[in-house]
Design a binder for this molecule. Structure first.
Ligand SMILES: [Fe+2]
Length: 213
């Protein structure tokens, strides 16, 4: 008989998702996002956004509430990194650094196609204004989708879990932060409401830690 202690079960090629509600002043952040859009009407042309406005890189924005948000994101990136990169070894000490942040304002009927965030390690999104399911869910796709659809499940299966599902919808809330690996495919459903969906996305990479000397 096999000793139970000899068995290991590893979630191979996992795609962990961090989700947390923050407590930032989203009215101030909304004001800032709208000001940015008014100053730079054209914004950055995105390939994946179908309609909507996207800012250029605002990682160095000096606005007080924005700096607070960046600090919070950095904090959770570090926590997440410690958890998911356990066992990864580096030749020098490294830390996660946000290298790109951008605001997106999606009006009615705007949506974002399936995409990943190449050339970065961890990515995420913070919701400055989100008003429920009709404002558009974010959807994550299993790395092996649509092959996952070919699995046999009995007709009696009632619901799937995060490993067996092909796609996973999350209905964002204002002040919600999500962090995920940059290679995880995701998309944003169309905004069906008249009010804007305002979010801030970011990419981060490993950089060698600065040393004193
Ligand atoms: Fe994205």
């Amino acid at each position: 008989m096999v000793n139970k202690n000899e068995i290991t079960i590893t979630p191979l090629f996992a795609n962990p998702l961090l989700q947390i509600q923050l407590d930032l002043d989203t009215d101030k952040l909304t004001e800032l996002a709208v000001q940015m859009q008014n100053k730079d009407k054209k914004g950055r042309a995105g390939i994946i956004n179908k309609g909507g406005w996207q800012s250029n890189n605002i990682a160095e924005e000096p606005h007080e509430e924005f700096k607070k948000l960046k600090k919070e994101i950095t904090h959770y990136l570090h926590l997440y990194q410690l958890e998911i990169f356990q066992g990864v070894e580096f030749k020098v000490d490294v830390t996660q650094n946000i290298d790109n942040m951008w605001v997106m304002i999606n009006e009615k009927h705007h949506y974002n196609d399936w995409h990943t965030h190449p050339y970065s390690t961890l990515s995420g999104v913070f919701y400055i204004q989100h008003d429920g399911v009709e404002n558009g869910d974010i959807i994550f796709k299993h790395s092996n989708h649509p092959e996952t659809e070919m699995l046999y499940w009995p007709s009696t299966v009632k619901s799937h879990n995060s490993m067996t599902t092909g796609v996973l919808n999350i209905t964002p809330k204002t002040n919600m932060l999500l962090i995920f690996p940059s290679w995880l495919n995701h998309s944003v459903e169309a905004n069906l409401k008249n009010n804007s969906r305002i979010s801030l996305s970011f990419n981060s990479q490993f950089l060698p830690e600065k040393t004193n000397g």
